[in-house]
Design a protein around this ligand. Structure first.
Ligand SMILES: C[S@@+](CC[C@H](N)C(=O)[O-])C[C@H]1O[C@@H](n2cnc3c(N)ncnc32)[C@H](O)[C@@H]1O
Length: 449
């Protein structure tokens, strides 16, 4: 049955159906938003102001998801795509068509809206977003996938929304020139030696992924090749990870063929990390992020600081000088070993680290160290569970500094803290990842008197 507008009712949209859509805004996560026939459509590959032909990929009663098939009329603000592979915009840089100032404004609005709408929070100061120092060539880590074209290995990214299609990459503008050269050299080796790419459909072949990490300040490049269990000529990489059977992912038993550890510098700290440890992927902006965390922590030389989710100890080690003592907690034991070695390497005697989960490790940490004055949390995108927020609240710290890579999980966590007697004072978004929808921010919560 046709609707009053002559268009079919929203509920009858079907997967695979194509529509012409006018994009009016940007959704959290970077897709364009269109409204048609009472239906909200989230369109991958479309930006505000665009008119696109899009194919529905998922249809629900009130909303649908779609992918852009054709850009019929670019939005007035559009700027040319700079990172392009095989004629297609880089799937890793979906916001590149928006002027950088507009990207910053969108991210700032999304942080504010998440806090106000999801967290129902008010009265905080939203400080101006910290722009990235470099809008391109800032990533110190990139993960590539192998595929095949005309029987030759190719190495690049998954095409947008496709697990089975790889686009070959010659120059990724998010990576440095050094990083691009390292990737291309491994692809050349694969071609010269005739080593096949792993095919997830037939579960045949060898080469799965290549991870290129870079010590931004040291110039060191570290390459890790992920393959199926097979015999093939020795690859020109630092680390080799073998995935047994059909399991996906990039983690498995790893052997060293070259440099096992990556060296990096932050402020005046000399750091080393093992390949399984987390490190911020934009080195220069990590310094900006941590400087804001230090400012929010309000340290005067005597405070006890808990650095929860500490990774290789970066935030804690940055705070060790202005604090009295620092205690880091992190679930990955290798990262804790790195943090301890980093403290020693930099002759920092007042930073201590403990391996454990934030869920079960906070109470033992309080028993060992005493209650902290300041708690820093820097969780993954999922944020803190309600139970972990309760553990953080048990610390009774004067200040909580929340470093967040996802404002939609920061919002409910901050709301729970406010409910329990804290005030959200300041929030500053930081653009660590230009051209992508990822948003980082730092929030300061203070305990009410
Ligand atoms: C966003 S990273 C931050 C790391 C560090 N603060 C930095 O800036 O480099 C999050 C860290 O939390 C760790 N992690 C994840 N789940 C955890 C948990 N339940 N308890 C403690 N640490 C966890 C991860 O291994 C990772 O190192």
């Amino acid at each position: 049955m046709e609707g009053a507008t002559g268009e079919r009712p929203a509920a009858r949209r079907r997967r695979g159906e194509q529509l012409e859509l006018e994009i009016d805004s940007l959704a959290f996560g970077g897709r364009g938003v269109a409204r048609t026939d009472g239906l909200v459509v989230f369109v991958a590959g479309a930006l505000p102001g665009d008119r696109v032909r899009a194919e529905i990929t998922k249809a629900k009663k009130r909303f649908a998801e779609a992918r852009t098939v054709e850009l019929l009329r670019p939005g007035a603000e559009r700027v040319p795509d700079l990172c392009v592979h095989g004629g297609e915009p880089c799937p890793g840089a979906p916001l590149q068509g928006l002027p950088y100032e507009r990207q910053l404004a969108e991210k700032s609005t999304q942080v504010e809206e998440a806090l106000r709408r999801i967290g129902e929070l008010d009265g905080f100061e939203l400080e101006p977003i910290e722009p990235a120092l470099e809008p391109w060539r800032y990533r110190n880590k990139l993960e590539y996938s192998f595929g095949e074209r005309e029987g030759e290995p190719i190495l690049g990214f998954h095409a947008r929304g496709r697990w089975d299609l790889i686009v070959d990459v010659e120059d990724c503008r998010l990576a440095s020139e050094r990083g691009n050269a390292a990737r291309n050299a491994v692809r050349e080796w694969a071609r010269d030696e005739g080593v096949s790419a792993y095919d997830p459909r037939g579960r045949t072949g060898v080469l799965r992924n290549l991870i290129v990490r870079e010590g931004w300040r040291t110039g060191q490049i570290q390459t890790r090749l992920v393959t199926s269990a097979a015999r093939f000529p020795r690859p020109p990489v630092d680390l080799h990870t073998v995935i047994e059977g059909d399991s996906g992912g990039t983690e498995g038993p790893t052997g060293a063929l070259g440099s096992e550890r990556l060296r990096e510098e932050l402020f005046d700290l000399r750091l080393e990390m093992s390949h399984g440890a987390f490190f911020q992927t934009n080195t220069e902006m990590a310094e900006r992020l941590y400087s804001i965390a230090v400012e929010y922590a309000g340290l005067s030389g005597s405070e006890r600081v808990f650095d929860l989710y500490c990774g290789i100890g970066t935030i804690g080690l940055t705070m060790a000088k202005p604090a009295g003592e620092v205690w880091g907690l992190e679930i990955v034991p290798e990262a804790i070993a790195d943090a301890e070695a980093n403290a020693e390497r930099n002759k920092i005697g007042n930073a201590h680290f403990m391996a454990g989960s934030a869920r079960t490790g906070v109470r033992p940490l309080i028993e060992k160290a005493g209650k902290p004055d300041v708690v820093v949390v820097d969780p993954p995108r999922a944020g803190l569970s309600q139970k972990i927020v309760r553990r953080v609240l048990e610390c009774e710290a004067k200040r909580i500094v929340y470093v967040s890579c996802n404002p939609t999980t920061l919002a409910p966590n901050a709301a729970q803290m406010v409910e329990a007697g804290y005030t959200l004072r300041r929030v500053r978004p930081v653009d660590m990842f230009p051209q992508t929808p990822h948003i980082e921010c730092v929030a300061l919560l203070e305990k009410n008197a």
